[in-house]
Design a protein around this ligand. Structure first.
Ligand SMILES: [Zn+2]
Length: 306
């Protein structure tokens, strides 16, 4: 009798647990491939959607390897938002895990925003993945995110689109603020040299000439040929660039060597492929671009007025 009672209790207990987890699962679990995209997804998601990230703040999205916690998190996930256009060469491991319950969304490819080609290196002429570096590109991402979430959780669609509208306003204000700040940099001083050529979209939006030692971080970094080409560019370009920049997730040894060789000062870090930690200068998307604008303003001789 006692034994039977225990067995029945166990069944009841299991049924209770299942019911509890079923109600917990009424929300949607999504994961963003890297911290910048995580920030944009969170702006639309609200509290009915759990948002996780694969490559955490501070880490380079290009050169990541899926970790055991990533794999565990993916097993609980309904949607993976990834940038695409080659940014995450490791995404094929996620694709290999995908089943009917996991939707992969290549945000940059779906975004209504004109792509540019990678300007140099092994992947030159392929689409440049760094569209988020222009707030107007980020706004196009917001639309893809809102459409995807609305499709998966239709009862929340109005809330998703309302938050997307707010995000559009914030991004438009950010764009205006960046433009005003960057307009203070003289026209003759708008050469933006970085390790990775990740500023093409930013340069298009704000009137800079952008160049990198290499094209994207998942190619060979700082090959002898790439260093020689950049060295020649820096020696021959007139007017001479007044600063060289390094990024938060790339080693600065290459740019440092070029800086010493050419006597052009080194400045940075600029943030591109990852946000900083919570206490850093690029804790969220707008902070990242505002920080970059301040570094450029200071290093490229922006007007002192403000
Ligand atoms: Zn990059």
């Amino acid at each position: 009798m006692y034994k039977r009672f225990t067995w029945v209790s166990t069944l009841l207990f299991v049924a209770l647990i299942s019911a509890t987890s079923a109600s917990a699962n009424t929300s949607l679990n999504v994961i963003a491939s890297f911290s910048v995209l995580e920030d944009l997804v969170k702006r639309v998601a609200g509290d009915k959607v759990r948002v996780n990230v694969i490559v955490p703040a501070g880490k380079d999205v290009h050169r990541w390897e899926l970790s055991p916690p990533n794999v565990l998190a993916l097993e609980e996930t309904h949607i993976v938002f990834y940038n695409g256009l080659g940014l995450e060469p490791w995404i094929h491991h996620v694709e290999a895990m995908a089943d009917d319950n996991l939707t992969l969304v290549e945000v940059a490819k779906k975004a209504d925003y004109a792509p540019l080609a990678i300007s140099t290196g092994q992947y030159s002429e392929e689409p440049d993945p760094h569209m988020w570096m222009d707030p107007q590109g980020a706004a196009a991402y917001i639309d893809v995110i809102a459409d995807t979430l609305a499709e998966h959780l239709p009862e929340q669609a109005d809330a998703f689109y309302a938050r997307a509208e707010e995000a559009h306003k914030a991004l438009s204000n950010l764009h205006q603020a960046l433009k005003e700040r960057l307009d203070g940099i003289p026209q003759t001083n708008r050469t933006l040299i970085t390790s990775e050529a990740g500023f093409g979209y930013f340069a298009r939006a704000y009137g800079f000439e952008a160049q990198g030692i290499w094209g994207v971080n998942h190619e060979t970094l700082g090959s002898a040929q790439a260093m020689a080409d950049m060295s020649e560019y820096l020696t021959e370009t007139r007017p001479r660039p007044s600063a060289l920049f390094y990024e938060s997730t790339t080693p600065d040894i290459h740019m440092d060597a070029l800086s010493r060789y050419t006597n052009i000062p080194l400045a940075g870090p600029l943030y591109v492929d990852a946000l900083s930690g919570k206490d850093g200068p690029a804790a969220n998307y707008p902070a990242m671009l505002r920080h970059n604008a301040e570094v450029l303003h200071s290093a490229l001789g922006g007007a002192r007025a403000e």
